[in-house]
Design a protein around this ligand. Structure first.
Ligand code: FAD
Length: 398
């Protein structure tokens, strides 16, 4: 099969790998508008579920992803950088640039052709392709060309956010909410390597304008945010420029498509659906799309039309609850000032249960978990569970 993937993000590259692994006879090209190594953003967070799946799908790239990743343990929620409450859990993260390098290298080793510095304008550029996989992200050019056929609905979140890095290494997944003269502003941060952490700042529109952030240049923005979050940064600096341009303020793009199919063209990853970054699942879903599509094509052999239809129907059914949770989460943060008059334990609890039913006993359990001894015991349990899962999926000992 001659397959063209548009976009060398996690979705496009991981689809190319997954399809080649299942059928080495496929002729697959991935076309990317940017040069190699140029990308936006900092770290990508993920959990054990994704790692289990990646190890099952392609041990080679999974091992590299794991060894390039760092671990964070526990979440801390701070008000004014000082009052703190804790949530359990752990996760992994790695630099987005490292993830893409690993995937591109693996794809090439399997015989995938990757063409950089070519921005695709339309699918008519590939008249002889049997299948065009559109993986060009949330603002997909190709999806926009066929918005009617896909039944595309796009909307934007109201909070401005900016995706920065910092040389202050956070070992916990950290939220800090600061009150300024113009209103509340907050960040979430987590390590993306041993030297750098991801640092995403978010606030309501009025606060953003009130602080003058809509008018400031890159350097002034960074300096102002460093002053606001000085306590949490503890002497560390914010970094605006990753490998490409300096970061800029964005609004989250919510994407929904009634169908991901149009003739021999299929949408995957953010081009098909987005989930707000506060649930940290977009890359995971992009990679799962890639695996499921490759598997469907493999199972259906010559009947790719059936494979694509199954991918579309089953994919929509599977992702519905994630998109609902992401919408709830985004709305919660857009109205967060409603909850910021509470003490830090109540606030943290409200945040942790923002997309689930709350039972009365859960709050007592949450309070109990603030105790240092209980937290240490929970961390020990989490370490045991992590160790067991790592052995089960065959991860080498580290
Ligand atoms: C602030 C923030 C934090 C996030 N944190 C996390 C996280 O912790 N964990 C997580 O799982 N997800 C996270 N995400 C989501 C994640 O970034 C995306 O879901 C993921 O990158 C989607 O992968 P993709 O391959 O579909 O699209 P992308 O990664 O956007 O890749 C699309 C690629 O297509 C290329 N392209 C675009 N147009 C064209 C064209 N016309 N021709 C050729 N190439 C083109 C682009 O250059 C890009 O390389 C976060 C998102 C944001 C905004």
């Amino acid at each position: 099969m001659k397959i063209v993937c548009i976009g060398a993000g996690p979705a496009g590259l991981y689809f190319a790998i997954s399809a080649k692994l299942r059928d080495a006879g496929h002729d697959i090209s991935v076309i990317e508008r940017d040069p190699p190594g140029a990308t936006y953003g900092w770290g990508v967070g993920y959990g054990d579920e994704l790692l289990d799946t990646l190890f099952r799908n392609d041990r080679e790239s999974a091992r590299r992803i794991r060894s390039a990743s760092v671990l964070w343990e526990e979440q801390v929620i701070a008000l004014h950088g000082a009052d703190r409450a804790y949530l359990g859990g752990y996760g992994y993260s790695l630099n987005r640039a490292s993830l893409l390098e690993i995937l591109a290298k693996r794809a090439r080793s399997l015989g995938v052709n990757i063409e950089y510095r070519r921005a695709v304008e339309d699918i008519s550029e590939f008249p002889d392709a049997d299948l065009v996989v559109v993986a060009d992200g949330a603002n997909s050019r190709i999806r926009q060309n066929y918005a009617k056929e896909f039944g595309t609905e796009v909307s934007q979140g109201s909070n401005p956010y900016i995706w920065l890095g910092t040389d202050r290494v956070f070992d916990k997944f950290t939220y800090d909410f600061e009150e300024t003269r113009a209103g509340w502003i907050w960040f979430h941060a987590y390590p993306s390597s041993n030297e750098i952490s991801t640092f995403v700042v978010d606030c309501q529109e009025d606060t953003w304008r009130g602080l003058g952030l809509d008018q400031l240049g890159d350097e002034e923005t960074v300096h102002l945010l460093e002053r606001i979050f000085a306590r949490s940064l503890d002497g560390g600096s914010l970094i605006s420029r990753s490998r490409g341009r300096p970061a800029s303020w964005q609004r989250f793009t919510q994407v929904y498509n009634q169908t991901w199919l149009h003739d021999n063209v299929v949408l995957i990853g953010d081009a098909a659906h987005t989930t707000h970054f506060t649930i940290g699942s977009g890359t995971m879903l992009a990679m799962l799309d890639a695996i499921v599509l490759a598997q469907k094509l493999f199972e259906r052999g010559d009947d790719s039309a059936v494979a694509l239809k199954e991918f579309d129907v089953e994919g929509h059914a599977a992702i519905g609850h994630m998109q609902a949770a992401a919408r709830t989460s985004m709305a919660w943060f857009e109205n967060v000032d409603r909850y910021l008059d509470r003490n830090v334990h109540e606030f943290c609890y409200t945040m942790s249960t923002r997309h689930s039913v709350q039972h009365p006993w859960q709050f007592q359990y949450h309070l109990m978990n603030q105790n240092l001894v209980v937290r240490k015991a929970l961390r020990l349990l989490a370490t045991g569970s992590r160790w067991y899962r790592a052995r089960r999926r065959g991860e080498p000992r580290r």
